[in-house]
Design a binder for this molecule. Structure first.
Ligand code: ADP
Ligand code: NI
Length: 206
């Protein structure tokens, strides 16, 4: 439907398949977190990249357009839309670096579901895909990964391998729910093995 049409054109990893995986992650987490509002969580998952500043030119206009559609076509109440927009606005990684927001349980689940899709085997795939699309080098042994990521030190001169140190290895600790932490542990281990192996092969150690 709506989200699908919009996302199908994107090639960088923010595609409709990503949205569907986030929904599946959230369904799994919802099964463990019985008190959360399923409807809000799932709708926020479907819409979480809809008006992302990286994907649309005019965020305010896109948001207003989405609100209009949700009210007119889907008869969703203003209160529910406000809650969903609040979840989406507060959950992004960069956003949370500037200011730590206390997320609602629903927000925590959507954020975990989105972050889970950035790590593990799928995370490796997405990082490579993103790097290729954006012309980022695979690896540079002279370029130290940055310790702290803040909103203003996003830089172009990173590498795909550095992205694991700068962001992907850190996501495990940032998971909100117990179930997501558990999944993140094994997915992070896989990424660490992948990166260590890459570096060993690069150095010609085996
Ligand atoms: P999000 O808001 O989902 O974190 P991003 O645009 O930052 O969106 O990332 C989309 C995907 O591309 C994620 O899987 C992320 O790990 C990956 N990615 C982002 N920046 C880089 C980078 N510099 N190198 C490799 N992968 C990246
Ligand atoms: Ni996402």
């Amino acid at each position: 439907m709506l989200v699908r049409r919009k996302m199908e054109s994107d090639q960088s990893g923010h595609d409709y398949e990503h949205v569907r995986r986030v929904v599946r992650n959230a369904q799994y987490l919802l099964d463990k977190e019985k008190k959360a509002d399923d409807f809000k969580v799932l709708l926020a998952c479907y819409l979480h990249d809809f008006y992302d500043e990286k994907l649309v030119q005019d965020v305010t206009a896109e948001k207003a357009n989405l609100r209009h559609i949700l009210v007119q076509q889907f008869e969703i109440s203003s209160d529910t839309i406000n809650d969903i927009f609040q979840i989406i606005d507060q959950m992004s990684f960069a956003h949370n670096l500037a200011e730590t927001h206390k997320l609602s349980l629903e927000g925590q689940i959507v954020q975990d579901a989105d972050r889970l899709d950035a790590i593990g085997a799928i995370g490796v795939f997405r990082a490579i895909r993103y790097g290729v699309v954006h012309g980022i080098a695979d690896y540079d042994s002279t370029l130290e990964p940055r310790e702290e990521l803040t909103q203003d030190n996003y830089r172009e001169d990173t590498t795909i391998i550095n992205h694991f140190y700068e962001k992907l290895f850190k996501l495990e600790k940032l998971m909100n729910t117990k179930a997501a932490k558990r999944i993140a542990r094994s997915r992070t281990k896989l990424m660490q093995e992948f990166v260590s192996e890459y570096e060993a092969e690069y150095r010609g150690e085996k």
